[in-house]
Design a protein around this ligand. Structure first.
Ligand SMILES: [Zn+2]
Length: 187
């Protein structure tokens, strides 16, 4: 049996992301170098969006289920997709809920579209920050335009990068705000 057939059999011929049975095929989840084949069974709707990078927000609510999929490869693919859907609060909330061990998070991040051609964003120690990282605030910060203070030690999970390498976006007390990367430390 080829690995494609194995993947389709495991998935019982339904999409492991959205459960559709329309034109399913196996999709290789890049980034693992070992011999084992890491692939997920996806339908044509999911595949088209994954490959084009043009996401229909409503379709991807299915990630709410696939994030708990027993196959790690499906979780990794889910994580990657959520990272690419970070403009939506629900995607960030799901990312915060997801549990993946460090190796698998690294695997997931290795397959994210390159955010090259931009200055790297660095934390207070000079460690490069990536979308999806968790950081903590190293000193009390007043939040511009509000009375809010992001207290020292506040954890900001699943940050997003911005066009400005010195700024990141993250949620503090449930509100999305811009933070200066020089006052943050990668967790
Ligand atoms: Zn699908």
């Amino acid at each position: 049996m080829s690995y494609q057939e194995q993947v389709l059999k495991r998935a019982k011929n339904s999409c492991e992301l959205c459960k559709s049975t329309e034109k399913v095929s196996s999709y290789l989840v890049s980034g693992k170098l070992e011999d084992t084949i890491y692939a997920a069974c996806v339908c044509s709707t999911c595949l088209t969006q994954i490959e084009s990078g043009e996401f229909d927000e409503h379709h991807w609510r299915c990630l709410n289920d696939s994030m708990w999929h027993p196959e790690v490869v499906v979780q990794v693919l889910t994580y990657r997709l959520l990272c690419q859907l970070k403009d939506y609060d629900w995607a960030i909330e799901m990312l915060e809920m997801m549990y993946l061990d460090e190796d698998n998070i690294e695997w997931a991040k290795s397959g994210l579209p390159d955010e090259d051609n931009r200055e790297p964003t660095r934390d207070s120690n000079g460690t490069q920050l990536f979308a999806g990282d968790n950081v903590s605030v190293i000193k009390d910060l007043k939040v511009k335009g509000s009375s809010m203070v992001a207290k020292q030690g506040t954890a900001v999970r699943g940050i997003s990068l911005t066009d400005n390498p010195e700024h990141i976006e993250g949620r503090v007390n449930g509100t999305r705000i811009v933070l200066l990367s020089c006052y943050l430390k990668k967790m």
